[in-house]
Ligand binder design. Structure first.
Ligand code: ZN
Length: 82
């Protein structure tokens, strides 16, 4: 069985589905036995999703007809939610 530390090192590959089958099985066996790593994996996934959303926003051009106040309000609302 892999350790928590090893699991953390494998997370990126696990989420990319890039782990060899044996490691993948060990990874999931560890998750079944270790709540802490389930929580960690969950927050890791969320962080990735947030990061992707943030970058998606950066790529999206702001339509010129959107008033500055509205843009600012949206940004403020986001900051408040985060
Ligand atoms: Zn663990």
């Amino acid at each position: 069985m892999i350790t928590c530390r090893e699991l953390v090192g494998f997370i990126a590959e696990y989420l990319d589905d890039a782990l060899p089958a044996t490691k993948h099985r060990e990874f999931e066996a560890h998750l079944r036995a270790c709540d802490r790593c389930v929580v960690y994996l969950d927050s890791y996934r969320r962080t990735i999703a947030l990061g992707k959303a943030a970058f998606a926003d950066l790529d999206a051009p702001v339509p010129p007809e959107v008033p500055d106040e509205l843009v600012k309000a949206i940004l403020d609302a986001r900051r408040f939610r985060a």
